[in-house]
Design a protein around this ligand. Structure first.
Ligand SMILES: Nc1ncnc2c1ncn2[C@@H]1O[C@H](COP(=O)(O)OP(=O)(O)OP(=O)(O)O)[C@@H](O)[C@H]1O
Length: 291
C-alpha cells in the first residue's frame, strides 16, 4: 500500500497554487493520474520519486516511510527504488540499446534481468543499435525496459505514449500491462487518453488545481457502462447531421475523422464538442457520452 499525504506550494500560471493530496494506492494497482495541464500530475510523480520535496506530509510505501516532514525523513531518490519513463526518452545517445540497459544495473545485480527484459519487450533485434537509429515507439520500449532493470517497487510513466501513433501506442500499452503483471508492479501512469485509461488502469485519480476532484474505478468516474465489447475507442464529435430517425456523427479520433451512425435516443443527447466512447458489439456501435 502506498499512502500519500502531501502539501506543497506551487507557482502556477494564475499565481500560487497549493498541491494538497491525500490518497492511497493498493499494491499491484495500475493507477492513472488524469487532469488538465498544470493540475499537478508530474509534481506528484516527482515528489514520490524524491526529485522534489513537499512542504509537509508523509509518503509511506509498504510500511516504509519515504518522507515524513515531522520526523525529518526524506529518502534519497536512489533509496526509493522507482522506475521512471518520460515522454522524452532520455536515453544515452552514445550507448547501444543493450548498453543503455546495462548502465541501469546496480553493482550487485545479476545481468540476467537484461536478457529477460530484452526478450520480454522484444528488443532482441535492436540491442546493438544506437538510440538515434530507432523510431519513437522503439525508443520508448527501451526506456521502459531501462526503468525496469532495477526491479522497481513503483513504475511511473509520465505520458510515455502521447507522442506515438495509435498502432504503436496500442502495442506499448500491451507491453506495459505485460510487465506490470509479470513483475507485480504498482504502476502510476499519467494519461489524457480516456480509452487508454479505461483499457489499462483499475484506479483513476482526477486532479484539478492541485486537488483530487474525482477518484475511483475509471468506468465509474467517467460514468460509462461497462460492456463486454470487442473494441472501444474515444473521440470528439465535430459535426452532427440528422437524417430521418438517425443521426450521423462526424467524430475526430486522434488524427482520423470517421462517420458513425447513432440512433435517435443516443443522438438527441449529443452535442458538437462532446467526448464520446464508442464500443462495438456484434457490429452495433454503442455510443456513450463521457462526463
Ligand atoms: N518546483 C516547483 N515549484 C513551484 N511550482 C512548480 C514546481 N514544479 C512545478 N510547478 C508548477 O506547478 C504546476 C503543476 O505542474 P505539473 O507539471 O505538476 O502539472 P501537470 O498536471 O503535470 O501538467 P501537464 O499535463 O502540462 O504536464 C505548474 O503550474 C508548474 O508551473
Amino acid at each position: 500500500m502506498i499512502k500519500i499525504n502531501i502539501q506543497k506550494k506551487l507557482t502556477s500560471a494564475k499565481g500560487e497554487m497549493l498541491l494538497n493530496i491525500d490518497t492511497s494506492i493498493e499494491k499491484g494497482s495500475l493507477v492513472t493520474l488524469y487532469g488538465k495541464s498544470g493540475a499537478g500530475k508530474t509534481t506528484i510523480l516527482r515528489t514520490l520519486g524524491g526529485l522534489l520535496k513537499p512542504d509537509n506530509g508523509k509518503i509511506i510505501v509498504d510500511n516504509t516511510t519515504w518522507y515524513n516532514s515531522e520526523q525529518s525523513i526524506n529518502l534519497k531518490p536512489q533509496k526509493r527504488n522507482v522506475g521512471f519513463v518520460f515522454q522524452d526518452y532520455a536515453l544515452f545517445p552514445n550507448m547501444t540499446v543493450k548498453e543503455n540497459l546495462e548502465f541501469a544495473l546496480e553493482k550487485k545485480q545479476s545481468p540476467k534481468i537484461i536478457t529477460e527484459l530484452i526478450e520480454l519487450i522484444e528488443l532482441g533485434e535492436l540491442q546493438n543499435r544506437k538510440p538515434e537509429t530507432l523510431s519513437g515507439g522503439q525508443k520508448q520500449r527501451v526506456a521502459l525496459a531501462r526503468a525496469l532493470v532495477k526491479k522497481p517497487t513503483i513504475l511511473m510513466l509520465d505520458e510515455p505514449l502521447s507522442a506515438l501513433d495509435y498502432e504503436i501506442r496500442f502495442k506499448l500499452q500491451q507491453h506495459i500491462l505485460q510487465v506490470h503483471n509479470e513483475y507485480n508492479l504498482t504502476t502510476i501512469l499519467i494519461s489524457h487518453d480516456i480509452s487508454e485509461i479505461l483499457r489499462m488502469s483499475n484506479q483513476l485519480i482526477e486532479l484539478d488545481e492541485g486537488k483530487i476532484i474525482r477518484e475511483g474505478k475509471p468506468s465509474e468516474v467517467f460514468n460509462i457502462k461497462e460492456y463486454n465489447a470487442k473494441f472501444q475507442f474515444t473521440g470528439t464529435i465535430i459535426n452532427i447531421e440528422k437524417q430521418g430517425f438517425i443521426y450521423i456523427l462526424m467524430v475526430r479520433i486522434g488524427k482520423d475523422i470517421v462517420k458513425i451512425v447513432a440512433d435517435e435516443t443516443e443522438g438527441k443527447q449529443l452535442l458538437i464538442g462532446d467526448n464520446i466512447l464508442i464500443s462495438a458489439k456484434a457490429f452495433n456501435p454503442i455510443i456513450n457520452k463521457i462526463n
